[in-house]
Ligand binder design. Structure first.
Ligand code: UDP
Length: 239
């Protein structure tokens, strides 16, 4: 692992539910959660404040329920609860690494997670606790990507690190188009104009309006989160 200096003092890591699934067809791969936690511990040891927004797609997405004829709001509520389940698993993995954590939920679920109170979340970060945001924004019709951007702005994170299944932003879907090439960096406006599938449009425009950069990279390559934190070339940077 690199001995370099971090390029950021405070980051918000967006972990999709897929990241928690690892190689499994469904659910939570605890080995994967442990390896993510291990990398985050090394980053924390560099003195970087870490907040995480966790998704729920490995368990349930609102769109799945809607496709089956379910009411959108109810389906999204199920999706929100899925993110809380992932958050608990990640919290356990982080604590096994010796990190002090706080699980925060945007919907009230007192026995399990604390509510989001901005000043309290900031205090946790100042004290070196890893903050895990769950339940997105607590409202239907949003995604955890948009929630990641809003919370990143609120806690004054300097960057969003979005760990996904792909290596970054491509000219076209690399799974479909073999000729697709990856951007090393790209402007928000280009992402919007070319309708590149990076994050939902609400998330992208919130980043653009507030000048908050995003680095998108592949989570399946161990060491990539660290590389992004050290400012090394990894994935695609959108700014
Ligand atoms: N969700 C929501 N409001 C939010 C965040 C999430 O309703 O603020 C619901 C939505 O149904 C979504 C699900 O929670 O499909 C899981 O989140 P997401 O799809 O963003 O997870 P990811 O794709 O990152 O795994």
């Amino acid at each position: 692992m690199s001995e370099g200096q971090p390029a950021y003092r405070r980051v918000l890591l967006k972990l999709s539910g897929e990241a928690m699934r690892g190689e499994l067809p469904y659910g939570i791969d605890f080995k994967r959660a442990r390896s993510i936690a291990h990398e985050l511990n090394e980053i924390h040891n560099l003195g970087v404040d870490i907040a995480i927004m966790i998704g729920g797609g490995n368990i349930f997405r609102g769109s799945q329920g809607v496709a089956e004829g379910m009411d959108r709001v109810t389906a999204d509520h199920i999706g929100l609860l899925a993110t809380v389940i992932n958050g608990l698993a990640l919290q356990d993995a982080l604590e096994k690494e010796g990190l002090v954590t706080r699980l925060i939920s945007a919907i009230e679920i007192k026995a399990v997670a604390e509510p989001f109170i901005r000043r309290r979340a900031l205090r946790h970060l100042e004290k070196g606790r890893v903050v895990i945001f769950t339940a997105g924004l607590g409202s239907p019709y949003f995604t955890t990507d948009t929630a990641a951007v809003l919370r990143a702005l609120e806690i004054k994170a300097e960057v969003i690190l979005k760990a996904t299944k792909v290596d970054g932003v491509y000219t076209a879907d690399p799974m479909i188009d073999a000729g697709a090439t990856r951007f090393e960096s790209i402007k928000f406006l280009e992402v919007m104009q070319q309708e590149l599938k990076v994050m939902d449009s609400t998330a992208i425009s919130l980043c653009k309006d507030n000048n908050l950069p995003i680095i998108i990279f592949n989570l399946n390559q161990p060491g990539n989160i660290m590389k992004a934190v050290l400012g090394e070339r990894v994935g695609t940077k959108i700014s």
